[in-house]
Design a protein around this ligand. Structure first.
Ligand code: PLP
Length: 388
């Protein structure tokens, strides 16, 4: 077993070697610009992009022409939310989202609020789930967009997406979901969904390449681009296509989907075994989001009497997260855990462990033992700082 052990797969994943092999020829041999229509170099690149678009469409149960490549999920989310707000301004200016969304969604919404949009932030219960009654009550004739993430990056909690989408539809509002953590991990489909955002680096593909699904029919969804320039991606995202990245994204998605059933049950067994080992050995342990449907590979655990910052400093052999990788560094307790009603102390004592393709049983046993012994040591020492 090699140390340190990587248990932060929700932050990012290594690129699978098989994905690298698929990408490599597109750096040197087939390096053409996919927009070069007049020669074989361009045709080879365009053909590879088309194949990746088909792979993405098949994963989402969409049509290939409804898939647009971007620079990542943050860009897809911004294009979707700001694009809908701009295009549907005549219909209304009300957006509904959730307090536990990723910052990419929350910050885009806050930006729009400054420009006159009205945003409703739905609460979640202690399990991290939205209340469909609250969503229904929030919908008005002025609501243009409902945005609910498929699965949470910090807790793995899975929202009732299909029911939320149906409610939005019943009020003639568009429905968008951030599927970044769900794609390739649990079954997803864009049935009744109008916009979907995802990224390659969470599913063993490269960084800096994302995609968005934008519905073309029933209804045809219109957005304005964030980035202006050439007419790539049907005018929705200008700029020369990142062909190796796109090829990698398509291949990584296809691989993740084809092995999803086996892999998710393998990871569920490892994750549940880990949680049982930790909760069995220690008192004062709480698994955040445990009462909700959760992604099989994510565990968010609070340890009474210990701050996760202190704990992480004691478990250098484990690469884990004290919060979402994107919001650590702010010094604030996780907005996701706070929205679930956790006290600051409990939020600060929470650790996120996320497993992935290369996680082994031996590693998870080591991780559980290391965490248990470190929590005991910290609790016995004077570094005890909080109680819940
Ligand atoms: N949405 C969620 C749920 C995420 O976990 C992340 C990544 O941290 C993002 C969006 C942003 O993705 P990207 O890094 O591709 O911009």
């Amino acid at each position: 077993m090699k140390l340190p052990i990587y248990l932060d797969y929700n932050a990012t994943t290594p690129v699978d070697q098989r994905v690298v092999e698929k990408m490599l020829p597109f750096f040197t041999q087939h390096f053409g610009n996919a927009s070069s229509k007049g020669h074989a170099f361009g045709w080879a690149a365009a053909e590879a992009v088309q194949q990746a678009r088909e792979q993405m469409a098949s994963a989402l149960q969409a049509q290939p022409e409804e898939v647009y490549f971007t620079g990542g999920a943050t860009e897809s989310i911004n294009t979707a939310i700001k694009g809908v707000a701009a295009t549907y301004a005549r219909k209304g200016n009300h957006i509904i989202t959730v307090r536990t969304e990723h910052k990419a969604v929350l910050e885009a919404c806050q930006h729009l609020e400054k420009q006159g949009c009205e945003v409703t932030y739905l609460n979640v219960n202690s399990a991290g789930l939205i209340d469909l009654g609250e969503l229904e009550a929030a919908l008005t004739d002025r609501t243009i967009l409902v945005c609910v993430m498929w699965a949470n990056n910090e807790t793995g909690v899975i929202q009732p997406i299909s029911d939320s989408a149906m409610l939005a539809k019943s009020k003639d509002a568009l429905f968008m979901t951030d599927g970044t953590q769900a794609l390739g991990k649990v079954p997803v489909s864009v049935e009744n969904i109008d916009l979907f955002a995802c990224t390659a680096h969470k599913l063993f593909g490269p960084k800096g390449i994302g995609a968005m699904y934008i519905r073309k029919k029933n209804p045809r969804v219109r957005v304005i681009p964030l980035i202006h320039g050439g007419s790539q991606e049907d005018g929705k995202r200008a700029g020369t296509l990142n062909v190796p990245g796109i090829v990698g994204f398509g291949a990584a998605t296809e691989m993740a989907i084809s092995d999803m059933e086996n892999e998710s049950s393998r990871l569920l067994t490892l994750r549940d075994g880990f949680e049982q080992a930790v909760t069995g050995a220690l008192s004062g342990v709480q698994v955040n989001g445990k009462e909700a449907p959760r992604l099989p590979h994510v565990s968010n655990i609070a340890f009474e009497g210990v701050t996760s910052a202190n704990l992480v400093s004691q478990i250098r052999e484990l690469a884990v997260s004290t919060g979402s990788a994107c919001s650590t560094g702010t010094g604030k307790p996780s907005h996701v855990l706070k929205a679930m009603g956790l006290s600051d102390e409990t939020a600060y004592s929470s650790l996120r462990i996320s497993l992935g393709r290369f996680t082994t049983e031996e590693e998870m046993q080591f991780a559980a033992e290391k965490i248990v012994s470190s929590v005991r040591r910290l609790r016995d020492s004077h570094v005890v700082t909080n109680h819940f």
